[in-house]
Design a protein around this ligand. Structure first.
Ligand code: 13P
Ligand code: SF4
Length: 302
């Protein structure tokens, strides 16, 4: 049955002139059918530059929405309508406007894990792979950073000459990782390196050997000689890690590292998406124009 989906997806993909983009957290079979698998930043770049007519975005809503903002003439499809990101829902455009009133001298940097309306209120966007560079590129001394408090703290730690005003959003998946889980897994694998996503709590970040985006973690794991590696980000990255490093052992830092929203998309949904051209993402033209500026600013500097 799965095999039929693969053939059908490939046939429909050619027929529609579609490209399939998948985030590193997608289930293995969706990663395997995708044309490009990557982190939020690399997928945005592909969405901005693709020549295909249709982008099937296997990820969560804000990613497909960003693709539509960057490529408004393309048909952008999110295969599962309710695949959202709870963190992105933790900040509103109104909330950002209130922060601007409170801190009129501050620039607003928003993590791409946010709605088009929030991006439209922002000066520049960032992802976890370019957040430090983005903040360093800003002249203002004060920066409002939303919505991820943990990523904001990570940036503040690296960019000492700025005052980072933190929004209190978080990733429900990465927040589950506890320091006692780090202590315990270290007892089992005392020589293993710990690679962690900056969406984890600061205490967990402090216990890590390396911090980075999903693709940076995958790259780093490949380049180090270590055989045993502990992974502190969503389970989906294990697929690429195991494929690219058959001689290494990977251990998930916490059983909580599964994002229910990222796991909603199955091969059947990708097939239905291409067959019925569903669910198409639309963004209001005025919001889109403003959000595009913030995304373009990010793409310019990284
Ligand atoms: P990156 O792939 O940019 O590291 O993002 C992680 C994430 O949580 C996406 O929702
Ligand atoms: Fe959102 Fe976290 Fe899931 Fe990423 S892993 S989509 S930030 S809930």
């Amino acid at each position: 049955m799965e095999h039929n989906f693969v053939d059908e997806i490939n046939r429909l993909k050619r027929e529609r002139n579609a490209i399939i983009l998948a985030h590193n957290y997608q289930v293995s079979e969706v990663q395997d059918i995708a044309d490009i698998v990557g982190d939020s930043f690399s997928l945005s770049k592909h969405a901005a530059n693709t020549k295909h007519d249709v982008i099937v975005f296997c990820g969560v809503h804000f990613m497909a929405e960003s693709a539509k903002i960057l490529s408004p003439d393309k048909t952008v499809i999110l295969p599962v309508r309710d695949a959202g990101c709870p963190m992105a829902d933790m900040v509103t455009a109104e909330g950002i406007r209130e922060m601007r009133e409170k801190y009129p001298e501050a620039a607003v940097v928003t993590y791409v894990n946010s709605s088009a309306e929030v991006k439209a209120e922002s000066d520049i966007c960032c992802t976890s792979s370019n957040a430090v560079k983005v903040v360093q590129s800003i002249k203002n001394k004060q920066i409002i950073f939303a919505p991820d408090e943990n990523l904001g703290r990570y940036i503040a730690d690296k960019v000492k000459d700025k005052e980072i005003i933190l929004w209190k959003g978080f990733c429900i998946t990465h927040k589950r990782v506890r320091t006692d889980e780090v202590v315990k897994i270290k007892q089992y694998y005392p020589n293993a390196k710990i690679l962690v996503h900056p969406e984890c709590e600061a205490e967990v970040q402090n216990m890590a050997d390396f911090l980075g985006s999903t693709s940076e973690i995958i790259q780093y794991a490949k380049q180090i000689p270590d055989k045993d590696i502990i992974i502190g980000t969503e389970e989906g990255v294990l697929h690429a890690l195991k494929k690219q490093n058959p001689d290494k052992n990977f251990y998930l830092l916490s059983p909580g590292l599964i994002c229910a929203n990222m796991k909603k998309t199955r091969l059947q949904d990708v097939y239905q998406a291409l067959l019925n051209m569903q669910y198409q993402i639309e963004v209001d033209a005025e919001i889109r124009g403003k959000a595009l500026k913030a995304l373009d600013e990010m793409l310019k500097i990284s």
